[in-house]
Design a protein around this ligand. Sequence first.
Ligand SMILES: CC(C)(COP(=O)(O)OP(=O)(O)OC[C@H]1O[C@@H](n2cnc3c(N)ncnc32)[C@H](O)[C@@H]1OP(=O)(O)O)[C@@H](O)C(=O)NCCC(=O)NCCS
Length: 398
Amino acid sequence: MINTTLSKLKTVIASVQPQVKDVVKEGLKNRFFLRNYSTDDYEAIKDIPRVPVFLEKDEGVIAVSHPIDFTYRPKLTKDHIIKVVEDTQNEGAVVGSFCMSQKNVKVFGKEKKLYYVFDYSVRKDYRDQKITTLFNNHVEKTMKQEVLDNPECPPFFYASGTKDNIATKKRMSDLGIVPFCTQVQSGWKVDTKIDLPALPSDIEVQVRVEESVEKINKSWTNAFKDYNFTPMDFSDILDHCKQYCKKTYVLQFTKKGSNEVVVESSITIWNQDLLYTLKDSNGKVSPHRQLICCYSVGEEQYKDLAFQYLLKKVHNEQLKEGIDYLFIGLPETDPLIHHFPLIPGIRSLQFNGYLNVNNPKDQELLKEAEEKKIPMWNDPRDFGSLFLYKEKNEAQSL
Ligand SMILES: CC(C)(COP(=O)(O)OP(=O)(O)OC[C@H]1O[C@@H](n2cnc3c(N)ncnc32)[C@H](O)[C@@H]1OP(=O)(O)O)[C@@H](O)C(=O)NCCC(=O)NCCS
């Protein structure tokens, strides 16, 4: 009986929902409208807070970052758009901005177009009025056109947001873009030197800074060949974003008395300070860096030790350079995720990676990727504002 009533109710809700949505869309259309960003809009948008609502209320804040110029992040990708929303009833005030970039990535060894939807921001006094749906209408139009243009291999639409960001979750699900993987942001304070781990007596270690972009490109292409969502060409990062790729550390273990390399690990330092200003709770600016393109390839028995050695070495080097915080974002399937955070104290934040998985072929492949735990390459360009919060004490959270 209850079940029958419930199912009737669901049918009624399903039939009413589209009408409600349409009314909302009409209302929005009459008052607000979406257009391309122009430099004249900069002042109106630059100070819109980027901290997700639920994190704003968190009392354990250690440091939060804000974009130096919100147009820098979209520009990290050659093909991108920035859209803004105008309020026609308030002298054309610009009240929100949104970005979408387009990349060519490799998924299961094949080229796939990927639209990345990001940096939704709406002025505080305009929130909860569904303004984001205006931008979503644009995304939906692009999606539909792409399916018509490319029915065999429609592109992916990808987004990322903290797990608790309900507004993001709701608006993405309106588009059929749903959570498909968990990503973890780990950060730590760089204020003490760390001892390097002891090495087996038959191993020699060499750590160098690799200067050759060509060699780095080759190593990344090899190290991430089995990952999904890697760029078709790493020069997207190494050339187009070269000012952000500050330093690439490479470690090699060799067997004593021979030149045989048994493992190679690498960490690249991305200069996040050129994109965002990180301020601690007292307003002090804290230099920070993102770790990117981390790998450890070679003999299984040495992979973790080599990476742990390099990570500690990099931490010490960054301490010497006056860096206050290091952080990394990785999907939970990344083989190196258990190394982070290097030092406890800052809460790791969980994010949802969102994807449209409407195409049955893609659905099958992504399910396979999930079952086989195929890692997804983490794009440093996908990292927005950084939120660092004190780790919750077990007793407090109970
Ligand atoms: C995220 C953001 C752009 C949303 O803007 P907005 O104009 O308020 O979004 P919308 O009105 O379209 O959607 C908000 C929805 O989330 C719901 N929501 C928001 N916070 C919520 C909460 N804490 N609990 C439950 N529901 C919540 C609203 O009720 C609304 O749902 P509804 O459409 O079913 O009524 C805005 O909050 C913002 O600028 N935040 C700071 C930056 C940010 O977090 N960006 C996203 C990074 S991924």
